[in-house]
Design a protein around this ligand. Structure first.
Ligand SMILES: [Zn+2]
Length: 85
């Protein structure tokens, strides 16, 4: 069976036109948590099209805001006294 897709958590953007699978008159472009396009389809065929993607790709990492990303070279500059400090 295909993975259950949580449509409410997906980034789905409505696209004009019928879905190629014939399952619905509404189709959507689906984007991952970084805004990268993944697939085009409707609620009938999208679970099958999206089953190859990991959950953190589809919905974003579970603890996205916990670890702020800092450039590592800033830390080195401070450690070696090469910064503007
Ligand atoms: Zn479809």
């Amino acid at each position: 069976m295909s993975t259950k897709i949580d449509f409410k958590r997906l980034d789905m953007r409505w696209r004009q036109g019928e879905c190629a699978c014939g399952g619905s008159d509404d189709r959507y472009g689906v984007y991952d948590s970084r805004g990268i396009y993944l697939a085009l389809g409707c609620e009938t065929c999208l679970p099958d099209k999206l089953k190859g993607f990991r959950e953190d790709v589809l919905y974003g990492p579970p603890h996205e805001a916990d670890e702020p990303i800092e450039p590592e070279d800033d830390m080195e500059r401070v450690a070696y006294g090469l910064g503007d400090f």
